[in-house]
Design a protein around this ligand. Structure first.
Ligand SMILES: C=CC1=C(C)c2cc3[nH]c(cc4nc(cc5[nH]c(cc1n2)c(C)c5CCC(=O)O)C(CCC(=O)O)=C4C)c(C)c3C=C
Ligand code: FE2
Ligand code: FE2
Length: 351
């Protein structure tokens, strides 16, 4: 029997939010985002007009911001690089199997339904769902996984011969934490080890009511930051501290805090060098390249800050890709090993 015949066909589906691929896509992308019940918790007849209104009013500013990155979001090309790198790692680790990675975006191409068709055409024995959201949230992870479940069920119905395994979250996974710590240390040293300094872990925010409703995201972000801090004993301490803050607030609701803009302003006024690290995004996109690199940098300088260092997103950092590879092989070997790491199960654990 040939190696291929005896091996499994394994589809690994990477999930992310997606971003507009050009100026014309900005409004429909925003519409898709705001009509998602995971983002706006209201009945359809309210959500639809609200999505139309917000996507129309927000589109102008959003287009200007996407124009700063060449017109559209780099999220898909960045995710494609991660998918290729992961495929190479898995080809080495699972030499008897045929592994192919796929990308399913929630709000722009390649949309989940199209990806599900491509995965079906691949005829997998195993499907591993791997959200590129290390910290679980109903607004991201659950929304993406639910969209997948709907699309996959519609395509395969009762004839699904494959087994699906879900990696629900990995806020303190070893290689993920190590990759963050190494990147932070490298940037801090490159800046000349300034003191006094603050490492600011900036995560995408959420409306407070989402957290109060039981979403584990903030708890997961805090767990990630604590795990990274535990690796940074050599630079933290005398004259160097750390804090978590939340960015990218949208809409009139109260969001969790402290907000990154307030923290940047406060640190700059206090004469602290800032080392800002995106802790909940695993690739570069509008929230890192515009919000962190342009808006908050300007804010820091405006308030007297002189050193503002931005730590790159993880991208294809080998320790991170290796960690994704481990999550996939663990999922294949023992799906029950994928319980949430703080022993408080999140909704995705049973998916
Ligand atoms: C941890 C990741 C993310 C969470 C949690 C999240 C929640 C969330 N986002 C919005 C509104 C917007 N998000 C937008 C873009 C965007 N957000 C994330 C990640 C998380 N969002 C990513 C990866 C991106 C894509 C960036 C790109 O390059 O295209 C946008 C569009 C940009 C803008 O207009 O600012 C909006 C709007 C809400 C309301 C929310 C939770 C309720
Ligand atoms: Fe989880
Ligand atoms: Fe967002």
């Amino acid at each position: 029997m040939s190696e291929l015949k005896s091996g499994r066909r394994i589809a690994v589906v990477l999930f992310n939010l997606g971003g507009p691929d050009g100026q014309a896509a900005v409004r429909p992308f925003l519409f898709n985002l705001f009509r998602d019940p995971a983002i706006i918790q209201a009945p359809f007849f309210v959500r639809y007009p609200v999505a139309t209104l917000i996507s129309t009013t927000r589109a102008k500013l959003a287009r200007e911001n996407y124009a700063l990155m060449g017109g559209g979001s780099p999220l898909l090309p960045e995710t494609q690089k991660q998918a290729k790198a992961l495929e190479a790692v898995l080809a080495q680790r699972l030499p008897g199997d045929t592994v192919q990675t796929f990308i399913a975006m929630r709000y722009w191409n390649p949309l989940t339904g199209e990806t599900a068709k491509a995965v079906k055409a691949f005829a997998p024995d195993e499907v591993v769902l791997l959200p590129l959201y290390p910290q679980y949230s109903t607004t991201t992870t659950a929304s993406s996984l639910n969209a997948w479940k709907r699309a996959w069920r519609k395509l395969t119905g009762r004839k699904d011969a494959s087994r699906t395994t879900t990696v629900c979250c990995y806020p303190t996974a070893e290689g993920f934490v190590q990759a963050h710590a190494d990147l932070i240390r490298a940037e801090y040293l490159k800046a000349g080890s300034p003191k006094p300094a603050r490492i600011l872990f900036s995560a995408h925010g959420l409306p407070e009511k989402v957290i109060l409703g039981g979403d584990p995201y903030q708890r997961h972000v805090e767990a990630t930051a604590a795990a990274v801090v535990a690796q940074l004993g050599d630079i933290l301490g005398e004259g160097v501290d750390w804090k978590i803050s939340y960015q990218s607030r949208v809409g009139p609701l109260k969001w969790i805090g402290p907000s990154t803009d307030e923290e940047v302003e406060a640190a700059a006024k206090a004469g602290l060098a800032l080392v800002v690290t995106p802790i909940a995004f695993v690739s570069e996109h509008i929230e890192t390249l515009v919000e962190l690199d342009v808006e908050y940098r300007e804010l820091a300088y405006k308030h007297g800050g002189s050193i503002y260092v931005r730590v790159p997103a993880l991208g294809v950092t080998p320790a991170f890709i290796d960690c994704l590879g481990t999550l996939v092989t663990q999922a294949l070997a023992d799906p029950s090993s994928l319980i949430c790491e703080d022993d408080q199960p999140c909704a995705g654990a049973a998916a």
